[in-house]
Design a protein. Structure first.
Length: 282
C-alpha cells in the first residue's frame, strides 16, 4: 500500500471499530470456547444477532428447518464452534453493508462470497493438523474486507479500478495493482487496526500471493484456493473475477482428492449457503 493511501485510511474519522460482540469473542477465545453458556449470554445481549442466528440455523443448509427455536437449542444441535462462526460472520456482515457505489458487485454478494470462502477454508483446514479450522473460517470471512473499505471510503479511486478492469480486459487484481490501490493491503491495514492476530493480518495481506506470507503461507494458500473455488462456482454471484483454471499452491499440504471433496461440497451447498445467510442480510 502506498504511504499516501495508508495515511488517508489512518485519517478516516468514522472508520468502523471492531464489532463489540466480535471483540468479546476474539478477546476471550479460549475462555469462551470452554463455555457454550458464556457464548449464549454474549449473543443474548444483541437481539438482532440472536434473531439472525435462529434464522440461519433454520435454513436448508443445516437440515433442521423449524426445529431450532432457542439459542440453547441451536448450540445443542449445531455445536459450539458452528454457533461461534455464525456470531463472527454476522458481526462482520453487519459492520459493512448498504450501497458500495460500484456496479460490479453489491455488499450482499461480496459477503456471500466471503462466507463461501470461509466455509471452504474451514473444511480444508480440517485436513491440516497444524491449523485451526475455526481460525481459518475467520480468515476466509476477512479476506476481502479491504474491498468494503475501498468502496466506502475511496469510491472514486475504486471506480477507476473497475473502469481499468472493464476497459483493458484485465483482472480486478491487475487493475488494482495498476491503480496502486489493492484490497489486500487495505484489508490488512484494517485487520491490524482492529488488533487481530498476526496470522489474520498476514493472510488477508497475502491471500493472492501465499508464497509471501512467511510462516502463514499454508493458511494463505488455503484462502487463495477457496477464493478461486468460490469464484469458479459463482458463490455470491458473478463479481468480475472469472477463474478459467483453478491454481493449487504447492504449499497447500492437502491431497487433490480432499480438495475436490471440499470443492464439491461447496458446489452442492451453494444455494443453501446463499439462501440461509442471504435471509439474515435482507
Amino acid at each position: 500500500m502506498s504511504i499516501n493511501l495508508a495515511k488517508r485510511i489512518e485519517e478516516i474519522e468514522d472508520l468502523p471499530s471492531m464489532p463489540h460482540t466480535l471483540q468479546k469473542i476474539l478477546d476471550n477465545l479460549d475462555g469462551v470456547a470452554s463455555s457454550a453458556q458464556t457464548l449464549e449470554l454474549l449473543i443474548r445481549d444483541d437481539p438482532v444477532l440472536s434473531a439472525n442466528i435462529l434464522r440461519i440455523a433454520n435454513s436448508p443448509f443445516y437440515g433442521v428447518s423449524g426445529e431450532v427455536s432457542s439459542l440453547s437449542r441451536a448450540v445443542v444441535i449445531m455445536g459450539f464452534d458452528e454457533i461461534k462462526n455464525l456470531v463472527i460472520g454476522l458481526s462482520l456482515t453487519g459492520t459493512f453493508s448498504g450501497e458500495l457505489g460500484v456496479d460490479l458487485f453489491t455488499a450482499k454478494q461480496l459477503w456471500l462470497h466471503s462466507i463461501g470462502v470461509a466455509r471452504g477454508c474451514q473444511a480444508m483446514a480440517a485436513f491440516v493438523p497444524e491449523l485451526d479450522p475455526e481460525e481459518l473460517f475467520t480468515a476466509g470471512l476477512m479476506h476481502d474486507i479491504g474491498k468494503f473499505l475501498l468502496c466506502l471510503y475511496f469510491n472514486d479511486e475504486y471506480k477507476a479500478v473497475v473502469n481499468v478492469h472493464k476497459d483493458k480486459g484485465v483482472s480486478m487484481l491487475e487493475a488494482e495493482e495498476e491503480c496502486g490501490i489493492t484490497h489486500a493491503e487495505a484489508g490488512a491495514f484494517l485487520a491490524q487496526k482492529w488488533a487481530m492476530s498476526d496470522m489474520l493480518v498476514n493472510v488477508v495481506r497475502y491471500h493472492h500471493n501465499p508464497v509471501s506470507a512467511g510462516p502463514y503461507g499454508q493458511a494463505a494458500a488455503i484462502v487463495f484456493l477457496s477464493d478461486q473455488i468460490c469464484h469458479k462456482i459463482n458463490l455470491g454471484g458473478d463479481m468480475g473475477c472469472e477463474v478459467e483454471k483453478i491454481r493449487v499452491p504447492k504449499n497447500i499440504g492437502i491431497s487433490p482428492e480432499n480438495i475436490k471433496k471440499v470443492a464439491q461440497e461447496l458446489r452442492d451447498n451453494r444455494e443453501a449457503i446463499e439462501a440461509g445467510w442471504g435471509s439474515a442480510m435482507g
